[in-house]
Design a protein. Structure first.
Length: 190
């Protein structure tokens, strides 16, 4: 579900039925893809994996013993077909968790490139937070306006006055005040 609905975006832009729902939905989805990785969630990243029979191990570069517990359900993505999907944790060590996989061959440790994403239950639903919804609407509007007028400002011939490109590094900065209580500190590195 998008944080901004097509109807909300249509109303905010004042475009009526001029554009198809599918076109506006792409903009709403893009805003979610930009925004949601920065919102706090119960997500960790696995750096590698191994397998012994149907017991798969996921390895982390941080201690996870106090993050996960045996019996917890996680959603694994980016880890290959044998690990991806909902899994129940069967063992927890300092930097490792084990799950049952569909893999039958033993495989030694090898890294994920890029890291696999491990998501556990979270207690924050961004769709229920009005500030996050408003930020998503503002980002959607910026994306739409950039599609309609790409330079989004004046460009001089001499090149000394750059155009304030809407999709630049200030895209999230314009809504950071709304998002501040909900931002994942790991997303703000760099």
């Amino acid at each position: 579900m998008a944080l901004t609905t097509v109807a909300e975006l249509r109303t905010a832009l004042g475009v009526g039925t001029l554009y198809a729902d599918a076109v506006l939905q792409q903009v709403c989805d893009a805003a979610d893809e930009v925004l949601l990785p920065f919102i706090w969630s119960n997500t960790q990243f696995s750096i590698g994996h191994s397998n012994v029979g149907t017991v798969g191990s996921l390895y982390f570069d941080i201690p996870v013993k106090d993050i996960y517990y045996v019996g917890q359900t996680i959603n694994v993505s980016g880890a290959g077909s044998h690990f991806n999907g909902q899994k129940t944790i069967t063992g927890v060590k300092t930097h490792e968790i084990t799950v049952t996989t569909s893999h039958v061959a033993d495989t030694p440790y090898h890294p994920f490139n890029p890291y696999a994403t491990i998501k556990a239950s979270t207690y924050l639903d961004p769709a229920d937070v009005k500030a996050i919804q408003e930020a998503a609407l503002m980002i959607s509007i910026d994306i739409w306006q950039s599609r309609q007028a790409p330079s989004s400002g004046g460009v001089t011939i001499d090149g000394y006055a750059p155009s304030p490109y809407r999709m630049g590094n200030t895209l999230l900065a314009r809504v950071r005040g709304l998002l501040a209580p909900y931002l994942d500190p790991r997303s703000m590195v760099g």
